[in-house]
Design a protein around this ligand. Structure first.
Ligand code: ZN
Ligand code: ZN
Length: 411
């Protein structure tokens, strides 16, 4: 992997992804294996004027050992200082922004008690709600980006020796993140402008529902939340700073109405949940709620996901991604949602983004619920788009419009 590309990638993540502003503190979470990328991001952040950069390191195998051997009650505990340590920065005068670097083995927790892992995760998310709302509501800029680790690379390229697999995954990440050729900042400006134009078209139609169908059996009607607003790649934080939460990103998305989803949907890519893979799955909805589900692999884990809390068996996001997206065209299955969700249309179990409802960022939980905006401590994207997916939209005036045909944007 070329150092020059890695530097370009790090600088792009800091300047375009999280868009660090002068005087801000950048809070980074990063696995030990991704230290080379984190170090470069720290440098770029200071060059962009960051007041301070704090890196929280973690180690996947340590996390596995704790989940395997630790007491569930102890693992579920969150000491108050931990949340304060984030809030203190976010509430400070210069404010904070957040970067999550991923380098995860998609099956890091394979074989462990899926129920225990999920309960621990849900309990921790509930206790960190105030802090999590900062990013869910885009109060502060945040960004997720990834770097290969050997276990992940071998899962993606099992036929290659480890070093070649890592190299191949690097090349794939650079390519789909538009870092390989020329100036990524300029390429992303063009890319974001194209996604924004599609977002504006979707908003102009004022759809009240969408219908997804595909030869795999998918036949799903998704009513949209009251005042649903389509969003794309870039978001604004409370201070008006533009940032790109996911690198890469190809989606245009909005909020379904939590009680108006009906039909059956088939997953089109394996889904890594809590570092275990759910494969060949389908889900049936009635009045927004999952009434039946099944999976070829890890069906019980899918059940745990859906039982996480009241909102986990409703959906909070529907996103459109064409089959021709660079990630899908690469033909690579990343076994990582950050990439795979940008290769196919997807829906998300759990929380909706308040920004996908007109005026939603200023609403409280009750008001959001009244608009049909789903609430949950989880937000899990599952891929449902296929090469033959058709999506039609029903407008408020009762007109039917083809939005996707043959897996592609129809306009
Ligand atoms: Zn999405
Ligand atoms: Zn999502």
């Amino acid at each position: 992997m070329k150092t020059e590309l890695l530097e370009k990638y790090a600088d792009f993540i800091v300047r375009v992804g999280v868009n660090v502003q002068p005087g801000q503190t950048l809070l980074v979470s990063c696995p030990l294996e991704a230290a080379p990328l984190a170090r470069l991001c720290v440098r770029s952040a200071y060059a962009a004027g960051a007041r301070d950069v704090r890196v929280d390191w973690y180690d996947g195998l340590t996390a596995r050992a704790r989940l395997e051997l630790g007491d569930e009650a102890a693992l579920s505990e969150v000491k108050p200082y931990l949340e304060r340590s984030y809030l203190d920065y976010a509430e400070s005068e210069g404010g904070a922004c957040v970067l999550h670097i991923l380098a995860d083995d998609p099956e890091l927790y394979a074989g462990l008690d899926a129920g225990k892992i999920n309960r621990v995760r849900v309990a921790r998310n509930q206790k960190l709600k105030t802090w999590r709302d900062y990013t869910l509501n885009d109060k502060i800029a945040w960004c997720i980006a990834a770097m290969p680790c050997p276990a992940w690379a071998k899962k993606v390229f099992p036929e290659l020796p480890e070093a070649s697999a890592v190299e191949a995954l690097w090349n794939a990440i650079f390519e789909v993140c538009r870092v390989t050729h020329g100036d990524p900042v300029a390429e992303w400006e063009t890319h974001i402008a194209r996604l924004n134009a599609l977002r504006d078209k979707m908003n102009a139609y004022h759809f009240s529902s969408l219908h997804f169908s595909s030869a795999n059996g998918t036949d799903l009607n998704i009513g949209l939340a009251d005042g649903a607003h389509w969003e794309s790649a870039a978001s604004f934080d409370d201070r008006g700073t533009l940032f790109v939460p996911n690198i890469p990103t190809e989606e245009v998305f909005t909020a379904p109405h939590k009680d108006h989803v009906d039909g059956v949907v088939y997953g089109t890519k394996p889904y890594a949940y809590n570092s275990q893979l759910i494969e060949d799955f389908h889900v049936t909805f009635q009045n927004g709620r999952v009434t039946e589900y099944g999976a070829g692999k890890n069906e019980a884990l899918l059940g745990e996901l859906l039982a996480s809390d009241e909102g986990a068996c409703h959906i909070g996001e529907v996103a459109l991604v064409p089959a021709s997206s660079p990630i899908n065209r690469s033909g690579i299955l990343f076994y990582d949602t950050l990439f795979d969700e940008n290769a196919a249309c997807h829906i998300a179990f759990g929380a909706s983004y308040p920004g996908t409802c007109k005026g939603g960022k200023a609403m409280n939980e009750e008001e959001l619920k009244k608009h049909g905006m789903n609430q949950s401590v989880i937000h899990e994207d599952i891929m449902i788009g296929a090469a033959d997916t058709t999506v039609t939209g029903l407008t408020e005036k009762g007109e039917t419009v083809t939005v996707f045909s043959g897996g592609e944007w129809a306009f």
